[in-house]
Every structure is written in structure tokens, then in C-alpha cells.
Ligand binder design. Structure first.
Ligand code: MN
Length: 232
């Protein structure tokens, strides 16, 4: 095929213990999926899961043992961390029942849904889309993806985030309001899923601001940790 401009490169994430990469098509995110975080954001009722997207090139891949750097983004004075379990799909489909959903999962990783919280609050108040608060450059750091078969305990694993060695977020994956399988069922009713899609599954309580120079370490037991330094 003959393009009038050079085609953009394919965003990709590292794979644990391998030189191969996981090619990324879309980044879906789940809103308010832990009860304590819903409360801290001012909500109390259980509600159907809701979704937003980040562009695939918002991915900030960080290899095992390395510390990624995320430049402090413009337009904000309140950049928040959100540690999340990331689901990487190896098979697509639509209207996937929860009972069959986990067969579509290639693997899992630790991710950060970095958020310009002040802009999100403005957009919420005005009833406008969250894109500017959620979908900016490097807003989706991700560590190495581990094949699902190698982490059978991930659905009950502890999930945690430290900033400069101090714990900010600590919970368990089984405290998610909607499980991974249920998320895939709901998501695949709204979009046709495909191999290469990532799903950021929501964050537990404790979201807070980071500033230039901070080092975030995000962990889910059984997965490679993810370290990101906030740049100037
Ligand atoms: Mn989130």
C-alpha cells in the first residue's frame, strides 16, 4: 500500500520473560469499579459499569526492571495516579457471555490510569466528555504483560501503589464491583472487541496527586511491578 504520509507505528507493550511484544489496538477503561473509590469520588450506589477510552498511542510501555518517565502534562495542577489491573485480549468478539469471557484473555499487566483530576472535575460539572482529562500523551503507563495461565491467582491478588516508598493505594482484585469476566460481557455488548485490546479495570481508593520528581511503584501480586518517574 502506498501512503501519502509514513504510517504511524503500532503501539505495543512488553511481554514478561520474552522479547516479543503485545501489539495494542484500543485502550478501554472502566470507571468507578471499587466501592471505596466510588465513595471517595462522591458516589454511593452500585451502577452498571461505564467505560471511556484512551488513544492507543497514550500507552507508556515500561520494561521489566526499568523506570519509565512520564513528563508532567500541561493544563493541570492536579495529576492523579490510579493503579489498575490491565486485561490484554488475545481473542475478540461481541456479546461475549461472562462464563466464556476469560478464554478471550491473553494476559494481565499492571497499569496506571493517569488523570488530570482538575480537568475531569471541570468536564463533569459542565457535562462534557472526559477525553482531555484521561486521554492525553503517556496517560496509560503499562508494565510487562504476563500470560493468563501463569497468574491463576490474579483475580484475588493484592493491588497496591506506592509513591516514593509510601503506600497510597492498597486493595484486592476481588473487591472490584464488576469482575474481569463481567466487564468483558458488558464491554462486548457496546463494542466489538478484538485481539490487541487492553482493558484498564478501575482503581481502588486512595487516588491522589503526584508532582515532578515523584516515583510511582504499582503492583499486583504475581505480575511484574510497574515503576514510573514523573518528569518536569
Ligand atoms: Mn481509572
Amino acid at each position: 500500500m502506498d501512503f501519502v504520509i509514513a504510517p504511524p507505528s503500532v503501539p505495543s507493550a512488553p511481554v514478561a520473560g520474552s522479547q516479543q511484544r503485545f501489539a495494542v489496538r484500543r485502550i478501554y477503561c472502566v470507571g468507578r469499579n471499587y466501592a471505596e473509590h466510588a465513595v471517595e469520588m462522591g458516589h454511593s450506589d452500585r451502577e452498571a459499569p461505564f467505560f471511556f477510552l484512551k488513544p492507543a498511542d497514550a500507552l507508556l510501555p515500561v520494561a521489566a526492571g526499568e523506570t519509565g518517565t512520564m513528563a508532567y502534562p500541561g493544563l493541570t495542577r492536579n495529576l492523579h495516579h490510579e493503579v489498575e489491573l490491565v486485561v490484554a485480549l488475545g481473542r475478540g468478539g461481541r456479546d461475549i457471555p461472562a462464563a466464556q469471557a476469560l478464554a478471550h484473555v491473553w494476559g494481565y499487566a499492571v497499569g496506571l490510569d493517569m488523570t488530570r483530576r482538575d480537568l475531569q472535575a471541570e468536564m463533569k460539572q459542565a457535562g462534557r466528555p472526559w477525553c482531555v482529562a484521561k486521554g492525553f500523551e503517556a496517560s496509560a503507563p503499562i508494565g510487562p504483560i504476563t500470560p493468563a495461565a501463569d497468574v491463576p491467582g490474579v483475580h484475588r491478588a493484592p493491588i497496591a501503589l506506592d509513591v516514593n516508598g509510601t503506600v497510597r493505594q492498597l486493595s484486592h482484585i476481588d473487591r472490584m464491583i464488576w469482575s474481569v469476566a463481567e466487564i468483558i460481557e458488558h464491554l462486548s455488548a457496546a463494542w466489538t472487541l478484538a485481539p490487541g485490546d487492553l482493558i484498564y479495570t478501575g482503581t481502588p481508593a486512595g487516588v491522589a496527586a503526584v508532582v515532578a520528581g515523584d516515583v510511582i511503584e504499582a503492583r499486583v501480586e504475581g505480575l511484574e511491578p510497574l515503576r514510573v518517574r514523573i518528569g518536569a
